[in-house]
Design a protein. Structure first.
Length: 523
């Protein structure tokens, strides 16, 4: 016998929770079903090592969601009512080079100018121009990132109507490397910004990555990098509290097997153990494109085919979490207190070649390691005097030597830690209390969204971006021929990362249900 709700959400990743929370705030009877025993997908905090240490297993810093009216205007009271708090350190990002030199980016533009001037006065002046240009793009970005995307053709036609638009289109098609060669002369300055593309799991030589520099910098200066007090999972906790406060339910260990469709409309969801939940008004589905045809009845074969052929990024993530006896000590003259710390070679080409190595199925010749130690900014993450560390690198889903990642991940963790020893002087057995390693295979087990270890669900290529993410048919978060099914996840627009993009799905649902979104949104 089925149970009836107005809205049923599949998966408790933050995007689905955001959409569900807006519907619950509008008075709808909402149910969220999560296959795991815990909630949050990629936005989760756990005691992965030893008691007393809190680790963000996946998402560490909340960057792009800070511009979302969900938080910027506190639409649903996550901050004022449900206790979500953030720290915003003055130095969001720093590169530490193998020779001990550093380059930091600050929320204060002029402090960043001074940093870059250590390498090149010309580049420092160019950075000021770049920063001003990025700030000029922010109103456009804030107006478009948190609502359904505009059609690709219309967007391109609009850009083609002005000199500024054509220049914007040009930058959007460029690789980050080509763009940086136009702006900067010093290899370390170029490498510092090129590493930004790497955080999207792609090489700086990948086409159509250039505009990411402006997006990243614009958000860094306007909002900073948000460090959730208590852990990344506090965002998940606040969203669930919001849903429950409005009468909704959130259930763990409920693995959804299929969405039933009646008369061309999503009608219910059925779990793998046979439970059925009716959805009178609609279903919110964190359904990976590769699973759409398997989970949803009667989808047009062309829609299924294009969804199944979406491309996953070649490299996946491998992460090492450690509990430390004392904070990290970097082999630098400058203090290192950034949210994100990139460990870079002295030679820019080594960074670029590392991504080439991954593309051809090998290990990167220079590990592409990034580090965060958020106990520096949020002491609640570790006992007094101690620290946590989150290090990430990129490897192929299929081990280059044919080994199982379950057997090989500890070996690669030692490679990472040995490499990090070139940059950090106290990363040794005396300081490491315990560690936890997640391979790309572990990532995939954690969430079906993280296919083959890709944090972003599908690759951020030109043909899988904007209103074509993940496909032209699915890019606006709905499924042709299946009414009242709304897709959410890192594989939907605007892409991976903590955007709170479920707000766009909620807006579409409100329109379909003739609800007034303005009654629950302050923006």
């Amino acid at each position: 016998m089925s149970q009836a709700y107005d809205v049923v959400a599949i998966g408790s990743g933050h995007n689905g929770l955001v959409a569900a929370a807006y519907l619950a705030a509008a008075g709808k009877k909402v149910l969220v079903l999560e296959r795991n025993e815990w909630f949050g997908g990629g936005v989760v905090t756990k005691p992965l090592t030893v008691p007393g240490f809190r680790h963000d297993q996946h998402s560490m810093a909340h960057i792009f969601i800070q511009g979302n009216p969900l938080l910027r205007n506190d639409d649903l009271g996550l901050k004022s009512r449900f206790g979500l708090r953030y720290a915003f350190p003055e130095c969001p990002m720093m590169s530490v080079f193998e020779d001990g030199s550093t380059l930091a980016l600050f929320r204060d533009r002029e402090r960043s100018v001074t940093e870059i001037a250590k390498f090149s006065q010309k580049d420092a002046e160019q950075f000021r121009r770049l920063s001003e240009t990025a700030a000029g793009f922010m109103p456009m970005l804030l107006g478009g990132l948190y609502s359904p995307p505009a059609p690709v053709g219309a967007s391109n036609a609009l850009m083609d109507q002005s000199r500024e638009g054509r220049e914007l289109w040009r930058m959007m098609q460029m690789s980050i490397h080509d763009l940086l060669e136009e702006w900067f002369e010093h290899p370390k300055v170029q490498m510092h910004f090129a590493r930004i593309a790497g955080e999207n799991l792609c090489s700086p030589d990948e086409a159509a990555t250039g505009f990411g520099v402006f997006v990243f910098l614009g958000f860094l200066e306007m909002f900073g990098f948000g460090v959730a007090i208590g852990g990344s999972g506090e965002l998940t906790r606040a969203l669930i509290d919001c849903i429950k406060a409005h009468g909704g339910e959130v259930i763990a260990s409920a693995d959804v097997a299929r969405v039933t469709v009646r008369n061309g409309r999503a009608a219910s969801v059925v779990t793998s153990d046979g439970r059925e939940y009716e959805a009178r008004d609609g279903v919110i589905g964190s359904i990976h494109p590769h699973d759409l045809g398997k989970m949803v009845e009667g989808v047009d074969p062309w829609v299924v085919k294009t969804a199944e052929r979406t491309r996953i990024t070649s490299p996946g993530c491998i992460t090492v979490h450690t509990a430390l006896n004392e904070p990290l000590k970097f082999r630098t003259h400058d203090p290192v207190r950034a949210v994100m710390i990139e460990l870079l070679p002295n030679d820019y080409n080594l960074l670029r070649q590392g991504f080439d190595d991954l593309r051809y199925g090998g290990f990167a010749r220079h590990p592409l390691v990034g580090v965060g130690s958020l106990s520096l900014h949020d002491p609640s993450r570790a006992p007094d005097g101690k620290a946590v560390m989150h290090a990430w690198d990129y490897v192929t889903y299929d081990h280059p030597e044919g080994r199982s990642w379950d057997d090989a991940k500890e070996d690669y963790a030692r490679v990472m830690l040995n490499h990090m020893g070139k940059f950090i002087e106290n990363l040794d057995a005396g300081n490491i209390i315990a560690k936890h390693v997640d391979s790309p295979v572990d990532m995939e087990r954690t969430s079906s969204s993280f296919r083959r270890g890709d944090l972003h669900g599908v690759a951020a290529t030109t043909y899988q971006s904007n209103a074509w993410r993940p496909t032209p048919e699915l890019g606006r978060g709905t499924v042709p021929g299946v009414e009242r099914l709304y897709l959410v996840g890192p594989f939907q627009y605007p892409g991976g990362g903590v955007f709170g993009a479920g707000r766009a799905a909620a807006m579409t649902m409100f329109d379909d249900l003739n609800l007034d979104f303005g009654k629950v949104s302050k923006g």
